[in-house]
Ligand binder design. Structure first.
Ligand code: GTP
Ligand code: SPV
Ligand code: MN
Length: 595
């Protein structure tokens, strides 16, 4: 075993994890291609991964998880703080001592007969003042290969840590027996520690992602004066070459990857507009030297939802997956060893293997009402593959943020877009977010639930304190704070069809948002915030959508909003005296304005 760092804190902790899990062998990941290649070959030899068509999908691998292990498990995810109130009413809580005592025997000897991989990684560009180091130990090659795409992984990560710092996040993962009854995803924010066991899927096991970059990082951000958010980051280049950056928080599977990589409609491209992707899922935000808010993407790849991704809906995401990508739980076309998922194209493979591993006739299987790919099947693609990756992607200082956008899936209530009156009201707008649930987490799909700032499953401390932190950041940023907006691409007509075309056409809404940030367009004051005049949303080149359609999409149904206010009040009441007074005031003002 070769140590990769002299840092005694890292080495001592890894020694403890070895003593606990008792692997046969320990391998430190240095990040070299040779080492990763050997692991790819090993995983293909054991059947853990399947090699795809080297000509059509060079460097691409396929992986299938157990059918009981296909999404995040929110009911088995815990925030373990010494005091229960520090986890708050929206998190599962357990006393840290009790949780360590419960899990330690489960980890005892769990890696006997297996290899432990020690993965050093950086969340954020190497050398960035906003970056943070993590070390994950795992018994899964799938985790190693995904972390190699999703993070800056290998010995380079230790550069940021140095030889003596203790500021790294300790991640212990074992797939154990992948027993859903014994599955735990546990954050110990006070110890910079994450323990995950009995899963081998995505956000449960790629510990740099949701566990660290959101749950642990949100807690660190509160204590250190920055923010970790479930947000995409994109740059909009205007015809004069100037680029403005916005971030957007939507719940899981509600369109972040799509918006982050959008291709503007022709009415914009012919004028010279372009969109640049900085991030598609997570943003770390901190005030810069000039007092503005700056954002980095702590990740270096995309763990994106496959179904629905196609040439038309998200050309750039699809292009990102054409090499060096891992596909999880999609379908295989056995004729040429390529991949397929719902809505990729209209030709499901006849000679298919569906996501659970059965050989089926694709068209017939679908006609019988089955999915070939799991609805939460994913691709893990390197960000550098993305045709529209921002030149600022690796900028250690991040990019300045002009606007923050909230949004979710709402069939009726929320209008296409509105702007908050100010930062405090914007914090309120984020706090009252709600969305219909998706396949990204286990549980019922399509049920409306409150999901403040899209952080319900990801806030590592009391959500009331988190809102307090948002308000505090607004005070620090003052008049340099980004403007805050809310969008909804998912209003439906009476037949349940989406009215707004969405995808690339969402540029038309971003356009209005930027104009508002530049004070270049008027707005209409409504009880819920500022809305566009319908004619200020560009519908040039849209089929079947007129200014009248836009008027409908912007309508605010007072009765629905009064009902909404009741739902908010009920939700807020869970937080007791942790609810910031400013938000209670905003709710009263909303009710007054609704009359
Ligand atoms: P996570 O990775 O789970 O955080 O998801 P995400 O927020 O990145 O969502 P993603 O962009 O992958 O989109 C999820 C689903 O929403 C896909 O099925 C998309 O096709 C669909 N979707 C995305 N944008 C739009 C839109 O503007 N309109 C409509 N109707 N659907 C959209
Ligand atoms: C999400 O669910 O928001 C994701 C996928 O981005 S996972 O990494 O599984 O959390
Ligand atoms: Mn996400």
């Amino acid at each position: 075993m070769t140590l990769l760092t002299k840092n005694p804190n890292v080495n001592k902790w890894v020694d403890e994890m070895i003593a606990l899990t008792k692997p046969d062998k320990v391998v430190w990941l240095d990040g070299s291609e040779e080492q990763l290649d050997a692991l790819r070959a090993e995983a293909c030899a054991t059947g853990e991964m399947i090699k795809l068509n080297e000509e059509k999908l060079p460097g691409c691998l396929y992986h299938r998880t157990l059918p009981n292990d296909v999404a995040r498990v929110e009911d088995r995810t815990f925030i373990c703080t010494s005091k229960k109130e520090d986890a708050g009413p929206t998190n599962n809580w357990c006393d840290p001592k009790e949780m360590y005592a419960k899990l330690t025997p489960m980890y005892d000897g769990v890696m006997k007969g297996r290899t432990m991989y020690v993965i050093p990684y950086s969340m954020g560009p190497i050398g960035s003042p906003l970056a943070k180091v993590g070390v994950e130990v795992t018994d899964s090659i799938y985790v190693v290969l995904n972390m190699a795409i999703m993070t800056r992984m290998g010995v380079q990560a230790f550069k940021n840590l140095g030889d003596s710092s203790n500021d790294f996040v300790r991640g212990l993962h074992s797939k154990a027996d992948v027993d859903p009854e014994k599955r735990y995803i546990v954050q110990f924010p006070e110890d910079n520690t994450i323990w995950s066991i009995n899963s081998a899927y995505g956000g449960n096991v790629l510990l740099g992602k949701k566990c660290f970059a959101l749950r642990i990082a949100s807690y660190q951000g509160k204590n250190e004066g920055w923010m970790a958010e479930h947000m995409l980051i994109l740059g909009i280049e205007k015809p004069n070459g100037e680029v403005k950056y916005v971030t957007a928080a939507f719940p899981s599977a509600c369109g972040k990857t799509n918006l982050a990589m959008l291709i503007p409609p022709e009415t914009y491209t012919k004028k010279g507009y372009k969109v640049w992707t900085v991030g598609d899922d997570i943003a770390w935000l901190k005030p810069g030297k000039d007092g503005r808010l700056y954002a980095i993407n702590p990740e270096s790849g995309f763990f994106g939802v496959a179904p629905g991704t196609n040439e038309k809906s998200n050309y750039n995401a699809l292009a990102s997956t054409r090499k060096n990508t891992i596909f999880t739980n999609v379908a295989i076309n056995n004729d040429d060893m390529t991949v397929w998922w719902e809505k990729l194209d209209k030709n499901p493979p006849v000679n298919a293997t569906e996501w659970k591993g059965a050989k089926v006739n694709g068209p017939e299987y679908i006609a019988e009402g089955n999915h070939l790919a799991h609805p939460n099947s994913r691709f893990t693609a390197p960000a550098e593959n993305c045709p529209c990756i921002s030149p600022e992607f690796n900028n250690p200082e991040g990019v300045p943020v002009s606007a923050i956008i909230f949004g979710g899936r709402r069939a009726k209530t929320a209008p296409l877009v509105y702007q908050s009156f100010n930062w405090q009201h914007g914090t309120f707008v984020g706090s009252i977010m709600a969305s219909e649930t998706t396949a990204a987490a286990t549980g019922a799909v399509g049920v409306v639930r409150r999901d403040p700032m899209a952080m319900l499953p990801f806030c590592g401390y009391n959500m009331g304190d988190y809102w307090g932190h948002w308000l505090e950041m607004g005070r620090i940023l003052g008049d340099k704070a980004p403007k805050i907006f809310n969008v909804n691409w998912f209003r439906t007509d009476d037949d349940g069809n989406f009215i707004w075309p969405g995808f690339g056409d969402n540029m038309r809404v971003l356009d209005w948002i930027l104009e508002r940030c530049e004070d270049a367009v008027d707005a209409v004051e409504t009880p819920i915030g500022y809305e566009p005049k319908p004619e200020d949303i560009n519908v040039d080149g849209l089929e079947g959508i007129t200014t009248e359609t836009v008027r409908g999409l912007l309508s605010v149904d007072k009765q629905l909003w009064l009902d909404e206010a009741k739902g908010i009040e009920e939700f807020y009441s869970k937080f007791g005296d942790k609810l910031p007074k400013e938000l209670a005031d905003e709710l009263s003002s909303l009710k007054e304005r609704l009359g």
